[in-house]
Design a protein around this ligand. Structure first.
Ligand SMILES: *Cc1c(COP(=O)(O)O)cnc(C)c1O
Length: 476
């Protein structure tokens, strides 16, 4: 049967891709012009009559993989996208094959059960009460809630919607008034202002909180902002903090900010898309001290938790605002059908929703909590080693002591030099790094996320950067 044979062919190709990537036999990044890739893949060929099977499939997959960006390569240091655990990737296959659109229970009881389990597991890790398994108890027992979404962007958007509709339940039907603001540092992910635009608050009504030079919220300045906003008779939908910032990986002072918000009854949202993974590390957990003071948290499993794209969790301390975010009544209870489970559909923007939980569950279940912790601590260690090494190099500087796995640095020279170095590195294909603006200066930025990367790779990277600055071409 085609399925078995083709499946074996694809798995073989992926296995080879993994080995070549790990062994640095192929470039980490291989960006060819779009026309060239389309021609090479011969995309037109199968459209009319089909026939992509057997040896043809082999040829196609091989070419496809040859132009793919190799996250399993030790030189992959660019973005916060997880290096998927192979077992997690098998869950993607099961999810794709079964196609259970599990947002309604009857379309995917297994997937819904796994999602429910994952949400409760994460709620308990934060210290919040899990959702009761007996759905009728949801109205009487106070508990947390949550949903998995296709990415942290949707999760943040949903959190802000829940906060807005909680602040004023009339808005969902009648639309926004013009007195609404969101408080967030300028270092927050751009989805926060984008979300403000989407939900009609307006990007200019995201009030930038005072920060230190590294973009961290200054808790001592919160009161002044708050008083100023109250004087203008504005209403605060939420205060957003970074639990770690995308650019730097640095954490806001969650505990102090949480106390401030709790005392004033302000919805406290922690965007932990990248950094809430610290829940899994006893060493890094300190950066999330006070996290239980939040009202909502976003965590991306597809960043530091080795889960294939996409799996983000939105978690709320009290389920109610999320239960009612899109619905005036608890419609998960009022069915015209008999059902022994729970529909997530009232909690999401999405209608058809994949069984995202399985990818995260398979990854967790393959590595175990201990394995996840070992991985997180390893990446944190590597980042600290890289920091010490780079800081000790002449002409290099690192603007801060890293808290997670993100490190920014500069080599002496103008911003244009930093950008030119990154371009050249990508061209050469041995290292793939990113860059970021910090305090209006351009920095090179590495994300230690690949379990394949070691300190020797970082040392080689620095050697390559010095060589590029000196104008010496790469020797093969
Ligand atoms: C990555 C990230 C996001 C966006 O999440 P996606 O999963 O890419 O949609 C939001 N906030 C922070 C802090 C992030 O690091």
């Amino acid at each position: 049967m085609d399925f078995y044979e083709n499946g074996r062919r694809v798995i073989d190709q992926l296995g080879q891709y993994l080995t070549e990537s790990r062994n640095k036999e192929k470039p980490v990044i291989h960006q060819r012009p779009i026309e060239e890739i389309q021609t090479s893949l011969d995309l037109d060929r199968y459209i009319e009559n089909g026939g992509l099977t057997g040896p043809d499939l082999d040829v196609f997959v091989k070419k496809y993989l040859s132009y793919s960006t190799r996250l399993h390569h030790p030189g992959y240091l660019a973005h916060q996208v997880g290096i998927p655990h192979p077992t997690g990737a098998l869950a993607s296959l099961i999810d794709g094959f079964t196609n259970n659109a599990m947002a309604i229970y009857e379309m995917g009881p297994s997937a819904a059960a796994v999602e429910f389990f994952i949400i409760n597991y994460l709620l308990q890790k934060i210290g919040w009460a899990p959702m009761p398994l007996k759905i009728e108890d949801r109205l009487t027992v106070s508990h947390g809630g949550g949903v998995l979404t296709h990415g942290g962007s949707l999760a943040n958007l949903t959190a802000l919607l829940a906060a807005r509709n909680h602040l004023d339940p009339r808005i969902r039907e009648s639309g926004n008034s013009d007195d609404l603001v969101i408080l967030a540092p300028a270092s927050s992910h751009y989805i926060i202002s984008k979300a403000a635009g989407i939900i009609g608050i307006g990007e200019k009504n995201v009030i930038a909180l005072d920060t230190d030079p590294l973009g961290r919220i200054r808790p001592d300045r919160l009161d002044a902002v708050y008083e100023a906003i109250k004087k203008q008779n504005k209403r605060i939908i939420a205060l957003v903090a970074n639990g770690g910032a995308t650019g730097t990986g640095l954490y806001d002072a969650i505990d102090d900010i949480g106390t401030f918000c709790n005392e004033r009854d302000i919805w406290f949202h922690v965007d932990g898309a990248h950094g809430a993974c610290a829940l899994f590390s006893s060493r890094m957990r300190k950066y999330l001290d006070g996290i239980q003071k939040a009202d909502s948290i976003v965590l991306d499993a597809h960043k530091m938790l080795r889960t294939p794209l996409l799996c983000a969790a939105l978690l709320v301390k009290n389920a109610e605002p999320l239960d009612f975010v899109f619905e005036p009544k608890a419609s998960y209870l009022f069915h015209e059908k008999q059902q022994p489970g729970f529909d997530f559909i009232q909690q999401t923007i999405e209608c058809t929703k994949a069984g995202l939980g399985l990818k995260f569950y398979f990854t967790l279940a393959a590595l175990g909590e201990k394995g996840i912790e070992t991985y997180l601590d390893r990446e944190n260690d590597l980042t600290l080693k890289a920091y010490k090494y780079i800081k000790s190099q002449e002409d290099f500087c690192c603007p801060y002591y890293p808290e997670s796995n993100i490190l920014c640095f500069r080599i002496k020279g103008p911003d244009t030099l930093q950008l030119a170095i990154r371009d050249q590195l990508i061209q050469e294909g041995r290292f793939y790094i990113s860059s970021t603006l910090l305090n209006t200066s351009r920095y090179l930025r590495i994300v230690c996320i690949s379990p394949e990367t070691g300190i020797d790779d970082i040392k080689d990277l620095i050697t390559a950067i010095k060589r590029i600055k000196a104008g010496i071409p790469k020797r093969n």
